[in-house]
Ligand binder design. Structure first.
Ligand code: RTP
Ligand code: MG
Length: 186
């Protein structure tokens, strides 16, 4: 396997999901999207989809056998979700901090302004998901964005996005490197 060359300052990627409880409410969906933007994440890719139960089972296989597994799988396949690839120098930890604690009771008490503290309904219907490590992020990104090549992104897009300028397209809901003016011919 070839290793991906990354500069020490390279942006980190994470997978963020907005769960069916939030996607069902346009104002909550918009509020979470605005939190992503206001915290200076770069939105690399995004898509909305409905998950098949077998894909949910595979995605959450580390929790197989836990009491909440079946409930979680059923819920995640119950309606549309929105998936994002987010980039930031500390994407994984920053997104998890913004989400707040897994359990909604804790989130409301310990991090009332977090996404789960603000919008979470139950421990299952807790608004969002975030990758928990670099290895999980790569696996999860590949599961949701099979056409996305992390290696190519680090080679071609990441250096431009990191250096800027960057623009945001509200229609597409993603960021891209702004074209710099090419020098005019004499
Ligand atoms: P996530 O994977 O969703 O980003 O959240 P996490 O790392 O904080 O939580 P994890 O332990 O990976 O659990 C995945 C999802 O399973 C549901 N869960 N319910 N005690 C419970 O009832 C319980 N524990 C976990 C949650 O929906 C959690 O997001
Ligand atoms: Mg987790």
């Amino acid at each position: 396997m070839t290793s991906i060359f990354r500069s020490p300052q390279a942006l980190q990627l994470t997978l963020a999901l907005i769960k069916p409880d939030a996607v069902a409410h346009p104002l909550i969906l918009e509020a979470v999207h605005q939190q992503i933007l206001s915290n200076k994440f770069l939105i690399v890719r995004t898509r909305e989809l409905q998950w098949r139960k077998e894909d949910c089972r595979r995605f959450y296989r580390e929790h197989e056998g836990r009491f909440f597994y079946q409930r979680l799988v059923e819920f995640m396949a119950s309606g549309p979700i929105r998936a994002y690839i987010l980039a930031h120098k500390d994407a994984i930890q920053l997104w998890r901090t913004l989400m707040g604690p897994t359990r909604v009771f804790r989130a409301r008490h310990m991090a009332p302004d977090s996404i789960r503290g603000s919008f979470g309904l139950t421990d299952t219907r807790n608004t969002t998901h975030g990758s928990d490590s670099v290895v999980s992020a790569s696996r999860e990104i590949a599961a949701f964005f099979p056409d996305f090549s992390e290696q190519r992104w680090y080679e071609e897009e990441e250096p431009q996005l990191r250096r800027g300028p960057v623009c945001y397209s509200p229609e597409k809901g993603i960021h891209c490197a702004a074209a710099t003016e090419s020098p005019k011919a004499a």
